[in-house]
Design a protein. Structure first.
Length: 311
């Protein structure tokens, strides 16, 4: 679907070097923040106490959060669980306080606001479990990257696989860099958003690579730069429609989703914006610098062994 079409080819690759320098600087800055400040990990990764409570009617999550915030635990996660009446509260470890003591303080604060609240369960999430979650998350990220590389190498060519992975890792590291720089809480939902961005970003790269392959067949006298510029220009309408509608949905979660969805939507917002940028100025430019040619994507027809060659 196209609401508009740009007739004149935009010379994107003419400015590729400038944008690549900007990308390298952003990447280095993100790595520096990750190395110096690190990620502000949530309770799922660091360990803590999980308290599940139930209300006879739909719970006011904002009231629950305000009551728990007054206990001074710092980063506390409060969200509905299962139904609108069930609420789960995750508390970080603090000093020598036990899970029973933490749950008792939480219930005292909640009953002061609503005496009908009922304690369902209390669980202690140890640092060992948090470490396993972190390791499993890193493995999931690794498997996604390897799977994407294999898929692109089979569908296109290894140069495009390398270019797409460089662009996707560029997006992931920058998202993590933002979370490290501003010390936003990194939770399992944020990790899920990062994995979603990987798939979302590679989809845009595949669309551009498909158009490049198509243009190599059609524009036989054009140079590689002209083919890439034409491919990117030809997909702009689709990019604006797809990413614009997706970004509107994600921004609605960011603005109206409340604290539970805030960092998840924030990671998606950053990832979508940089995913568009990296697909054009990182993936395509890297493929160009790796020396992609028409012969890499358009194989010459095989000659029949029994047919004599024409002079």
């Amino acid at each position: 679907m196209e609401f508009f079409r740009i007739r004149r080819v935009i010379p994107f690759m003419r400015h590729a070097t400038l944008f690549n320098v900007a990308s390298v600087l952003m990447f280095v800055a993100a790595v520096a923040f990750l190395a110096l400040r690190g990620l502000h990990l949530s309770v799922e990764f660091t360990g803590g106490t999980v308290v599940e409570v139930a209300y006879p009617q739909a719970a006011e999550v904002s009231h629950v959060r305000n009551a728990v915030d007054g206990l001074g635990y710092g980063d506390v996660q409060v969200q509905t669980f299962g139904t609108s009446r069930d609420v789960i509260i995750r508390l970080p470890l603090r000093g020598n306080e036990t899970s029973a003591q933490q749950s008792e303080r939480v219930m005292t604060a909640l009953k002061a606001d609503n005496n009908t609240v009922e304690l369902r369960r209390v669980e202690f999430v140890g640092p060992q479990i948090g470490r396993e979650l972190a390791e499993n998350g890193a493995l999931a990220l690794l498997f996604v990257v390897v799977g994407i590389m294999i898929y692109l190498a089979i569908r296109f060519e290894w140069k495009f696989a390398v270019a797409a992975i460089v662009a996707n890792l560029h997006d992931v590291v920058i998202i993590l860099g933002f979370f490290a720089a501003f010390q936003w809480e990194f939770s399992l939902s944020v990790l899920a958003a990062v994995l979603a961005v990987l798939g979302y970003s590679v989809n845009e790269s595949v669309v551009i690579f498909d158009r490049i392959r198509e243009n190599f067949r059609k524009m036989r006298r054009a140079s590689t730069i002209e083919v890439i510029d034409s491919a990117i220009t030809g997909t702009i309408s689709r990019t604006i429609i797809t990413h614009g509608s997706t970004q509107i949905m994600v921004l609605s979660m960011l603005i109206f989703g409340g604290p539970t969805l805030y960092y998840f939507a924030l990671a998606l917002t950053i990832g979508i914006l940089f995913g568009i940028y990296s697909s054009v100025f990182v993936a395509a430019a890297v493929a160009l610098r790796l020396g992609v040619t028409r012969e890499d994507l358009v194989k010459p027809p095989k000659k029949d062994e029994g047919q004599p060659e024409l002079p």
